[in-house]
Design a protein. Structure first.
Length: 251
């Protein structure tokens, strides 16, 4: 469980870095399953989808392998291996410290940032993708599966920005922008803090926190796994969000 000081830091900054939260053996299982699916050695499960990078789709980059063309794998809930991340006890206890005991997973992704592919994700708030409220009853987890550095497109966050409310999002005027990636205009980029992480390090962050990531300028992949969680008391004007096929009660 998180300490009182850690919870206070999360409330003040809008994020909390937990070093070495997910052990190496679990990361190895998750990474191997991801590779098996992307390389066609194991089928996608349920609603799972593979999203190819926009630069590959538009022919700007010739992928060196199936893996090199993948931006992310999403809807992991029906896969018996990848879904274990969402229910990992060490992660769940931290999430429960922030949003309560009854917890549901909303979305799940493996983010794969190939080398020498643009792959930028503009600064944004995740609340843009959810209709549920209150926002403080939603939390994201983001665990590095490989070393993440500024050079390979680590997450950048703006501390305290979760207290600025919901901001307007649009589509940046970029040559290459992956599907569903929206950004906030006029953000003071000088306020960014780049969060470099080792495999197993996990960032918990508020859905109103402004964050994004740059492109991978190295010759190696940058990969992470992520889940958004919501507390049972969340409500949506669009009806019962718990009935959606990708939503799972994890605790």
């Amino acid at each position: 469980m998180l300490s009182a000081d850690q919870i206070q830091q999360y409330n003040e900054d809008g994020f909390l870095l937990l070093p070495s939260l997910v052990p190496d053996d679990i990361l190895t299982q998750l990474n191997e399953r991801f590779l098996d699916i992307v390389n066609g050695d194991h089928p996608c499960s349920g609603a799972m989808k593979i999203m190819r990078d926009v630069m590959v789709v538009k022919g700007a980059v010739e992928p060196q392998s199936p893996l090199h063309g993948v931006n992310k794998l999403f809807c992991l809930e029906d896969d018996p291996v990848l879904s274990t991340y969402a229910s990992f006890p060490g992660l769940l206890s931290c999430v429960q410290s922030l949003i309560g005991n009854e917890v549901y997973s909303l979305t799940s992704n493996v983010f794969n940032k190939p080398p020498r592919v643009d792959g930028k994700h503009p600064l944004h708030q995740d609340i843009r993708y959810f209709s549920m409220r209150p926002a403080f009853s939603i939390v994201a987890s983001w665990t590095a599966m490989m070393p993440t550095r500024r050079a390979n497109g680590c997450l950048a966050v703006i501390p305290g920005s979760h207290r600025e409310g919901v901001l307007a999002h649009g589509s940046p005027d970029w040559n290459y922008l992956n599907h569903g990636f929206f950004g906030i205009e006029g953000v003071d980029r000088a306020r960014r803090q780049h969060v470099e992480m080792q495999p197993g390090d996990t960032l918990l962050f508020h859905p109103l926190l402004i964050h994004g990531s740059g492109r991978n300028r190295t010759d190696h992949f940058r990969r992470a796994i992520s889940v958004h969680y919501a507390a049972a008391q969340c409500e949506s004007p669009r009806g019962d969000w718990r009935a959606k096929p990708q939503v799972r009660r994890v605790c």
